[in-house]
Write a protein that binds this ligand. Structure first.
Ligand SMILES: Cc1cc2nc3c(=O)[nH]c(=O)nc-3n(C[C@H](O)[C@H](O)[C@H](O)COP(=O)(O)O)c2cc1C
Length: 331
């Protein structure tokens, strides 16, 4: 069993990674139903929250059915981050995760996200103060280091643990790499193998097949795996990994009917959450992924992404079911 503070998780839990514009409540609910053991919100701006910006506040919406759920925050200013903890705590998440890994220029230029990897003392201080501010477990998601020449993740992880961080998820790339090259899990294994480490160490980066998840578990000995891009358009990925762990075999490809049902539920949950106009608009970006690979699909995709009314999108789903019944997806 793996524990984040008092939260009990199965052996080698699978975590849905925080992903901006992707891991909203409907998507998290779908991933949870398909086997994700912990889900995280998109990152929420500390400065946005303390200014009560509607976009940031909405990201705090969480639902009972998705627990355990972590709200992820980013920022670099101690006062703002402490105020943010108080605001976030009102939503009663199971975990508050600090983003020390976002590589995007507008975030790092303010010293937030991966920007803080240049100042490990500040990273440690922010974490320590946030831990003191709340009883909710604080976890950290970060990268290996700023660049290849400054990888100190073993020391960094130990220092964060020593100030009370309850789990660490590490993306096996540096900030300089952004998303280029392959994720390197070896330094994450070094963190896990540090005899002083006793909090869970979760690996992240490039897990896009059940075999890779198994490698992370068996060869790299990590405590769990955080999954991002492989789940986009494929919330079934969690179930596929678990099935492979249990049987050594791949789950049958997800059928067209299951895909349509997921798209339908995704849309309905978005409408229930944000109302018809926003719900229809914000679910559009997911359809290409759900129906990836179907030939001559453009006409249907266009209907899904240009209709403003929910009933027209639902009608497009019905047409897809009629037109492509029995279509065989590959894995
Ligand atoms: C669209 C997108 C949005 C992301 N947003 C966030 C975010 O809000 N917070 C965060 O910590 N990481 C974010 N990430 C990074 C992922 O959490 C993850 O670390 C990265 O994608 C590597 O994992 P993967 O190879 O499984 O996708 C994002 C990644 C993508 C693709």
């Amino acid at each position: 069993m793996v524990k984040i503070d008092n939260i009990e998780l199965p052996d080698f839990p699978l975590l849905l990674a925080p992903m901006e514009d992707v891991s909203d409540p409907p998507f998290r609910a779908l991933c949870k139903e398909q086997g994700a053991d912990v889900v995280y919100t998109e990152f929420v701006s500390s400065e946005g929250l303390i200014r009560n910006a509607a976009k940031s506040v909405m990201k705090l919406d969480i639902y009972e059915k998705e627990r355990p759920v972590g709200i992820q925050i980013f920022g670099a200013n101690l006062d703002s981050m402490l105020q943010t903890i108080d605001i976030v705590a009102e939503s009663k998440p199971d975990i508050i995760d600090i983003n020390f890994g976002c590589p995007v220029k507008k975030v790092v230029s303010k010293g937030a996200g991966a920007g803080i990897l240049k100042d490990v003392c500040l990273m440690e201080q922010l974490t320590a103060e946030m831990v003191k501010r709340t009883n909710i477990p604080i976890t950290v998601k970060t990268r290996l280091g700023w660049d290849h020449d400054s990888i100190r993740i073993v020391e960094v992880a130990e220092r964060l643990q020593d100030v009370g961080c309850k789990a660490i998820s590490i993306h096996g790339r540096t900030r300089a790499q952004m998303y280029k090259g392959e994720a390197d899990w070896k330094p994450i294994m070094d963190v896990k193998n540090n005899p002083r480490m006793h909090i869970p160490v979760f690996g992240n980066g490039d897990v896009d097949t059940p075999e890779k998840a198994m490698l992370m578990r068996d060869e790299f000995g990590l405590d769990g795996c955080m999954i991002g891009r492989a789940s986009i358009g494929n919330p079934w990925f969690f179930k596929q990994v678990k099935h492979f762990f249990e049987t050594g075999e791949h789950l049958a490809p997800i059928s067209l009917e299951e895909r349509v049902e997921a798209a339908r539920r995704h849309l309905q949950m978005s409408i229930d959450w944000k109302g018809e106009i926003l719900g229809v608009f914000e679910t559009r970006r997911h359809y290409t992924n759900y129906f990836k690979g179907i030939p001559h699909f453009k006409e249907y995709r266009m209907k899904m992404v240009t209709s403003d009314r929910a009933k027209d999108v639902f009608a497009a789903f019905d047409e897809v079911l009629d037109k492509f019944a029995g279509y065989q997806f590959f894995e």
